[in-house]
Design a protein around this ligand. Structure first.
Ligand SMILES: [Zn+2]
Ligand SMILES: [Zn+2]
Length: 375
């Protein structure tokens, strides 16, 4: 497979500054190297992390092409790629080396080279598959930079998905859904009949609610401050909801489950929610910290709530091995057991700023997905 394809041009939405819109630029996409593939992006979800980097509350270097929930079709494969062919539909996820101890253990998001491969915007050797007007442009965000019509990613980042599912819906399986469902099924592993509190009813929190339902949790309490999002949480499996703008979350949860819940998943990144997610635990109880808190956040914990077998652990990307977990999620979606399409809204690629506004500013949309223009 493979062979010598030349560079192609693509349209990319470049994040250049915290204020001001994304800048649409024509970029040059270099041919894939031996271990890489070029993917024509069909659609890309917008995740909170994209917005955080654009706005620089997470300070990664700009300009950079963001986007890390890409879905598309393989158009060119490098000479060493075995598991993908031209024409395969794929979802893109973060990159990893495949050779370190954590990669061998099936935990690619704890890879020794995670930062270099996903957060610098460049390959580990400092090069980029993208350039603009002759200058290299950061084009490897979370292994992909999928706010573009074409990307070059490592084959490890590209996960083949079933051709009979609507490809434009599948990108969020690579981050938001993996993170939420994986945190419950892979990290917390609640036994059937147990109780869990989920903080934050965005994509990740709602995915955690759906994961808890899949695990057979008897009580699934979702906490948020927006009534519409709490209603969605009930629609996808929450047994109880708490509006933290109206009542104290810890007290409300202890009211509903006397003695405290067996598990919690903190998906909001709000400091007060981290405290509540630990204080609402029963004995024993585990909290998974998933939401990205702003840099330097300090959280007060009453140590009376940490003794007796309770604790908090940070979880990245749901402790998932995406090459196997994303196809599993796709199968769940096909069966109607992961109905995240209920909280998706599609936007044309050139409406990216509107999509960010509707999800990150007003919160009216939970998961915006950008549809890329046809070639
Ligand atoms: Zn994400
Ligand atoms: Zn590794």
């Amino acid at each position: 497979m493979g062979g010598e394809q030349g560079a192609v041009t693509a349209l990319a939405a470049v994040a250049t500054a915290p204020d001001g819109p994304f800048e649409f630029q024509e970029v040059e996409v270099l041919p894939p190297r031996a271990d890489e593939v070029r993917v024509r992006i069909a659609a890309a979800g917008i995740c909170h992390t994209d917005v955080a980097v654009k706005e620089q509350s997470v300070q990664l270097p700009l300009p950079m092409v963001l986007g890390h929930e890409g879905a598309g079709v393989v158009e060119a494969v490098g000479s060493a790629v075995r598991h993908l062919r031209v024409g395969d539909p794929v979802v893109l996820a973060g990159d990893s080396c495949g050779e370190c101890r954590r990669c061998h253990a099936g935990l690619p998001f704890y890879c020794d080279e995670f930062v270099e491969r996903n957060l610098t915007g460049f390959r580990v050797d400092g090069s980029s598959p993208l350039s603009c007007e002759g200058a290299p442009l950061r084009g490897r965000f979370v292994g992909q930079s999928s706010f573009a019509t074409q990307v070059v990613a490592t084959a490890r980042s590209a996960i083949k998905v079933p051709a009979d599912l609507p490809l434009e819906l599948l990108g969020p399986l690579g981050c938001g859904l993996t993170t939420g469902v994986g945190t419950v099924l892979n990290a917390l592993k609640p036994p059937a009949g147990s109780s869990i509190a989920v903080f934050g009813a965005g994509t990740v929190g709602l995915a955690a609610v759906m994961g808890a339902r899949l695990a057979g949790c008897a009580r699934i309490i979702c906490v948020d401050v927006r009534p519409a999002r709490l209603a969605m949480a009930e629609a996808v499996g929450a047994t109880d909801t708490v509006n933290a703008a109206e009542e104290d979350a810890t007290e409300a949860i202890l009211d509903r489950v006397p003695g405290g819940v067996d598990f919690s998943a903190e998906c909001s990144g709000v400091a007060e929610a981290v405290t509540a997610a630990v204080h609402c635990l029963g004995r024993p109880g585990w909290c998974a910290q998933v939401g990205a808190t702003p840099a330097g956040t300090q959280v007060p914990l009453d140590m009376d709530h940490v003794g007796f077998g309770r604790g908090i652990r940070g979880v990245v990307m749901g402790d998932a091995n995406t090459q196997t977990f994303v196809p599993y999620l796709a199968a769940l979606f096909r069966d109607g057991r992961l109905p995240y399409d209920r909280f998706v809204r599609f936007y044309d690629f050139d409406a990216i700023d509107q999509a960010v506004h509707d999800s990150a500013v007003t919160g009216e949309v939970i998961k915006p997905i950008l549809r890329m223009p046809a070639a």
